[in-house]
Design a protein around this ligand. Structure first.
Ligand code: ATR
Length: 280
């Protein structure tokens, strides 16, 4: 714990909509650990210089969001085992001798939300992961570690699904299906939307037949970006349809613990943001 306020920031592009500043301010109030937390808009071309300037100006731990997570990984002198597997960093921890240690708290944040908040047992579930970009990569390893029986990746551009499956390298457990063949590919009791279709406001075209009885459907995004997928999941009679707000809060709690050595309770912050989002 530190007595003097620490300066934190989230870097992204765009970043104006980020809830991270308000989440970390609430964690600060809850724990009594003084800090400031700002959102810094950083295009990829200037991110490295902006990060250096932040550090030179007394900045401490930082978060990184789209589209900078791979670039952040490349800036790190050290990375955690989990970040090394994903090749992406969302949390930067300042090293005392200079430089950064990179972490990826997205996967652990998702597992905390599903297992602890929603009380879901992920073991023995057969998971269909929609999307094969950075968001999918960030959570795939944590889901395998959490004990899902199988992981099937489907992506509009099949070669990216193949590349992610190859990277994970568990051929007995990780499979790939063509997006356009999903209607004939069977059903899954766990489906995660890791595409950016909702964020981009685009439609997502999926057959109801992929939803097994008692299925758990989860969208990594939240708010308006998750609306279409969650409406589809409910229409397909999924037992559960969750958005990624809880994951957002829990990945922030993990980052806070890395910086301050103490994990805040995400629940009251989640409840407050949930009420705000649902009331909006
Ligand atoms: P992110 O870091 O959010 O994952 P990304 O790496 O650009 O961003 O990946 C976006 C993902 O959303 C990809 O899997 C993309 O599919 P393609 O690789 O085929 O482009 C997927 N995606 C975006 N819009 C989509 C849509 N309308 N339907 C299905 N998949 C979509």
């Amino acid at each position: 714990m530190s007595e003097s306020p620490q300066r934190h920031a989230v870097f992204g592009h765009p970043v104006g909509h980020s809830l991270s500043p308000s989440i970390h301010r609430r964690f600060s109030q809850q724990t009594g650990i003084a800090l400031s937390y700002e959102a810094i808009d950083a295009p990829p071309e200037t991110f490295a210089a902006q990060l250096d300037a932040f550090r030179a100006g007394g900045g401490g731990g930082a978060n990184v969001t789209l589209p900078l997570k791979t670039l952040a990984f490349e800036r790190c002198a050290q990375v955690s085992d989990y970040a090394a597997r994903t090749g992406a960093v969302n949390t930067l921890e300042p090293l005392s001798g200079g430089g950064w240690r990179g972490h990826n708290t997205d996967g652990p944040g998702l597992i905390a939300d599903l297992a602890e908040r929603h009380g879901q047992d992920l073991r023995e579930r057969d998971l269909l992961l929609l999307g094969a970009g950075g968001a999918a990569r960030g959570v795939a390893y944590a889901l395998l570690d959490a004990g899902v029986r199988s992981l099937t990746i489907a992506n509009r551009h099949a070669e990216r699904a193949d590349a992610l499956a190859d990277r994970i390298g568990q051929p007995g457990r990780v499979h790939v299906r063509y997006w356009n063949d999903l209607a004939d590919a069977g059903s899954w009791d766990f489906i995660i939307n890791a595409t950016s279709a909702g964020v981009q406001g685009g439609a997502i075209d999926l057959p109801f037949s992929i939803v097994a009885p008692r299925a758990l459907c989860y969208d990594l995004s939240y708010g308006r970006a998750a609306t279409a997928f969650l409406a589809w999941a409910r229409a397909a009679r999924a037992a559960h349809a969750f958005d990624g707000l809880g994951m957002l809060v829990e990945q922030a709690a993990e980052a806070f613990a890395i910086w301050h050595g103490r994990r805040p309770d995400g629940e009251p912050v989640y409840a407050e943001l949930r009420a705000q989002l649902d009331g909006a």
